[in-house]
Design a binder for this molecule. Structure first.
Ligand SMILES: Cc1ncc(COP(=O)(O)O)c(C=O)c1O
Length: 396
């Protein structure tokens, strides 16, 4: 308490209310420090973190290897601009390409920006190879691709669009799992590419079936357009594969990713396959901070550790969570893969999240589901304890 009887939380909340745009519905919680998958608020109360900053802190808070890598780079160079070469950025691009078979990477700072680049690649490729009128990007209803005016246009949820018209033109939204609808659109419209999330994250942890994903790829090949995959939330080990498209054996032409890539630093990446590797030329795109060496060093320390063994472990921990929750009182269904799980509960999801917070567990919602996105290296006992608390909250 200060001399006016205000707690630290009151002060922070006051300042936030006074000076920060009111875009976020925040919980009344000021987080102060964390280690691994446990963090503390300003009163020292502990929370098991099952949200990892919405799939960002891939190896938890203050992971030693990550901190060392980031710190070492901070002591060397924190930024150079893209007028010069830096090693972490080049090594990270090489690692991403070697692990995916993609040929080129463009680095940016966020998921939305990685999708902006993906859309630019698709449009320029289509203009050069098929004609300027082939500019339409087809995306899925229920999708989420970002908050810029173009990625909002790509997002297949009307309510995000209403207040910001006119959005970038040239986007159409189709119903997931309906191949006939997609084929009708591809036959009729001049389409540059089809963009999808293999598991719609913000849309409610909705998995697109392997059969549908493969059908989309076939249709893209049949109608000569690009397959574009948004791995912003599903990527970098989250689902138990390096990228979620690998579960369905897809061959995307462009992949976007961000969130967990640099373990808590802002970094986006757009990965381009052979067919589109030379689409972007000098001056076509750029970003002041994109590929920043500190963020790249952080990302290298994450990607280096996402071994096959680690990916198997992520899948197994996801299975453990499912087994702890399946068929339990108040649990209606579980969706998702690896450590990206959506839980449909009898109790309203928002209420479950609030009660979990009171009980010392941080989790998320996605539409009407409770969403879990714990750190990929979360200790099994910590995960079990957190899920058991969630289970009690859901049952009560
Ligand atoms: C699938 C997907 N794409 C894009 C974005 C936008 O990412 P960012 O908030 O980093 O711009 C998100 C964010 O939730 C996402 O889940």
């Amino acid at each position: 308490m200060d001399s006016e009887g205000m707690s630290e939380m009151d002060n922070v909340q006051e300042m936030d209310r006074a000076y920060i745009a009111h875009t976020y519905g925040r919980f009344p919680l000021v987080l102060k420090e964390g280690h691994g998958s446990v963090c503390r608020d300003e009163n020292g109360k502990e929370y098991i973190d099952l949200g990892s900053g919405i799939a960002v802190t891939s190896f938890g808070f203050g992971d030693e290897t990550w901190v060392k890598a980031v710190e070492a780079q901070l002591h060397m160079l924190q930024h150079t601009s893209n007028l010069y070469y830096t090693e972490p950025c080049a090594r990270l691009a090489q690692m991403l390409c070697e692990r995916t078979g993609m040929k080129k990477v463009f680095f940016s700072n966020s998921g939305a920006e990685s999708n902006e680049c993906l859309i630019k690649v698709a449009r320029k490729w289509a203009m050069e190879h098929r004609g300027a009128e082939y500019s339409t990007i087809v995306t899925m209803k229920g999708s989420f691709h970002g908050r810029t005016l173009t990625t909002l246009a790509a997002t297949g949820q009307e309510h995000y669009h209403e207040l910001f018209q006119p959005l970038t033109p040239g986007f159409l939204h189709v119903t997931p799992e309906d191949t006939e609808e997609l084929e009708a659109v591809l036959r009729k419209e001049k389409v540059a590419g089809v963009l999808l999330e293999c598991i719609q994250g913000e849309g409610g942890v909705i998995e697109l079936s392997r059969a549908y994903l493969q059908a989309v790829e076939e249709l893209c090949r049949k109608y000569g357009c690009l397959l574009l995959v948004d791995e912003v939330q599903t990527g970098n080990g989250r689902t138990g594969k390096l990228y979620a498209y690998m579960h369905a054996d897809l061959h995307p032409d462009v992949v976007s990713t961000a969130k967990g890539l640099a373990g808590g630093l802002p970094l986006g990446a757009t990965l381009m396959a052979e067919r589109v590797q030379d689409v972007l030329g000098p001056g076509d795109h750029g970003s002041t901070f994109g590929g920043n060496p500190v963020c790249a060093a952080g990302a290298l320390s994450i990607l280096e550790r996402l071994s096959d063994e680690m990916l198997r472990d992520i899948a197994e921990k996801g299975q453990m969570v499912r087994e702890l929750l399946q068929g339990q009182k108040g649990i209606l269904s579980i969706s998702g893969k690896g450590l990206m799980l959506g839980i449909e509960t009898e109790k309203a999801a928002g209420q479950v999240v609030r009660e979990c917070m009171d009980a010392g567990v941080l989790c998320l919602t996605a539409k009407d589901k409770v969403r879990l996105l714990p750190a990929l290296n979360i200790d099994r006992d910590v995960l079990k304890k957190g899920v058991e608390i969630l289970r009690e909250v859901v049952a009560s």
